[in-house]
Design a protein around this ligand. Structure first.
Ligand code: CA
Length: 248
């Protein structure tokens, strides 16, 4: 059977990381964003020795791409980067919905910089030069504080496969009725954009369907309930007076 992979997100590195470690649990994924190689190499060795799965980026743009791709649990972010300012990277991450931890590294240790860093959405701030033991302690602290948040980007994502007529969350199938599937698939086709009630009615039910849209609301309610139980990062948002939008 042909599988177009429609609506599937790229598979993250989680599986490779899991098999590469002897620990039974999934390792905590760290993205280290730093352009100075003499800081990077010893830091990576230290983190890996502590069983963190480490990904690296040497510029702000590479960092943003890596977060989208890998969805790290924590980003260790240097402020002095060759392209974007680290604070700008941090603000962009938060604006795009990244909810993992951010630990900023900086040579700028003045108190004002510290406040600006936290305002930009960082969870903690470590001034250079720092000791490895202090970094590890701060890292554990921010992870403890942020572990109750929603999964990081790239976490429990919804996959809608039209060809297989199947919906999965993090590899687990969500059983939907035909109409529920059609509604969700249409929203997924227009992910991030509003789909009007009229469009849902005409495409999922029948053309020239002029009756009450109560059926749509009932279907939407059941669909949301099922998705809520499956717990993806995606959610269906009601846009008052217009329609619905799939976000995440
Ligand atoms: Ca730097």
């Amino acid at each position: 059977m042909r599988r177009s992979g429609y609506g599937l997100c790229p598979i993250g590195p989680r599986e490779q990381l899991t098999s590469a470690t002897y620990a039974p649990s999934v390792p905590i994924r760290v993205l280290l964003v730093e352009d100075e190689t003499d800081i990077v190499s010893p830091l990576v060795r230290t983190l890996e020795r502590e069983d963190y799965a480490v990904d690296q980026a040497v510029s702000g743009r590479a960092a943003l791409a890596a977060v989208t791709r890998a969805g790290p649990d924590v980003v260790i972010l240097d402020l002095g980067l060759p392209d974007l300012d680290g604070l700008e990277v941090c603000r962009t991450l938060r604006a795009s919905g990244y909810e993992g931890a951010v630990l900023i590294l900086s040579g700028r240790s003045a108190e004002l910089d510290r406040v600006v860093g936290l305002d930009a959405g960082a969870d903690d701030y470590l001034a250079k030069p720092f000791g490895v033991a202090e970094l590890l302690a701060r890292l554990r602290a921010v992870l403890r504080r942020t572990s109750g948040r929603a999964p990081a980007a790239g976490g429990r994502r919804l996959e809608v496969d039209r060809d297989a007529h199947r919906v999965q969350v993090d590899g687990t199938e969500v059983a939907l009725t035909g109409k529920e599937f059609e509604v969700l698939a249409l929203l997924a086709d227009h992910r991030g954009k509003v789909v009007s009630r009229a469009q849902l009615m005409s495409e999922v039910w029948s053309e020239g369907w002029y009756g009450s849209t109560k059926t749509l609301d009932v279907t939407m309610g059941r669909l949301r309930q099922k998705l809520e139980l499956a717990g993806p990062t995606d959610r269906i948002v009601t846009v008052r007076g217009v329609g619905f939008r799939l976000e995440g």
